[in-house]
Design a protein around this ligand. Structure first.
Ligand code: FPP
Length: 252
């Protein structure tokens, strides 16, 4: 069994992003409703947050609610919003005590008033914390984020504040929410529940991220499962388009 000490002997991914999938199936297996699965999923979020702090991960981004999730049954959407509001209040002391900074990405304006308030309060109270940044992707969709960036850039160009010929990858990425908040691209993406998709999550930012898929359902994703994912990451060679020889040369 892997321990935190084992994991800490090798480089730790600075940014771990997670697609927390399988709450509904997990609940179904227990003969319970989907909402129960989401509640257990929130427990996994707490565990993973704690473990990331222990290991020294600097950024953890979780996909809490996608732009597509708005199409779910109204009852489920409402229950998820209540769960987020509860989480913001219930976890506040713990988050502050652990020097965690909270940030959010997504179309936050679509969330109900109470949810926005809970989120903004947590962001405000934790803004000076430095150990780990916990990013909640909520009402988030990558295509939404990229279209928003394109709109912001077009607006600047229209007002003669930006030359069209100056728009390159660097300039474009500055208009993504993650860059605007100072969040680096993820090193490791984890998706649970045996699904092999990105589901409109951080599409631009994941260009060179290592992908890890597991059949474990999110409510069963324990500390041990996270250590396994990081151990797997630590055995990869990241080439960023270069050859193995070039990477080895650089290490000499
Ligand atoms: C996907 O599982 C999960 C979600 C859409 C919601 C994720 C939310 C939580 C884990 C709740 C807590 C989060 C925070 C940040 C407090 P699914 O419902 O699609 O599962 P299924 O594919 O088995 O139906």
């Amino acid at each position: 069994m892997l321990s935190v000490d084992d994991i800490k002997t090798k480089p730790i991914p600075a940014h771990v992003a997670i697609i927390m999938d399988g709450n509904g199936r997990w609940a179904q297996k227990q003969g319970k409703d989907r909402i129960y699965g989401h509640h257990q999923g929130a427990e996994s979020v707490r565990n993973v947050l704690e473990t990331c702090g222990e290991i020294g991960v600097k950024y953890l981004t979780v996909y809490a609610f996608s732009t597509e999730n708005w199409k779910r049954d109204a009852q489920e959407v409402e229950a998820l919003m209540s769960l987020f509001i509860h989480f913001c209040h219930a976890e506040q002391d713990n988050i502050l005590a652990n020097n965690i900074k909270v940030q959010a990405i997504g179309d936050i304006g679509r969330l109900n008033e109470e949810c926005q308030q809970g989120l903004y309060q947590l962001i405000e109270k934790t803004k000076n914390n430095t150990a780990l940044t916990f990013v909640i992707a909520i009402s988030y969709g990558s295509r939404w984020e990229i279209s928003r960036a394109a709109r912001l850039i077009a607006e600047k160009a229209k007002n003669n504040q930006l030359n069209v010929s100056d728009i390159d990858e660097d300039v474009f990425s500055k208009y993504l929410q993650t860059k605007q908040l100072g969040i680096p691209d993820p090193d490791l993406l984890i998706r649970t529940s045996n699904e092999y998709r990105l589901s409109n999550y951080l599409l631009w930012q994941l260009a060179y991220t290592e992908l890890y898929f597991t059949d474990v359902l999110w409510p069963d994703f324990t500390k041990e499962e996270l250590l396994k994912a990081i151990d797997d990451f630590q055995h990869r060679t990241r080439r960023f388009g270069k050859t193995n020889e070039q990477i080895e040369e650089k290490l000499k």
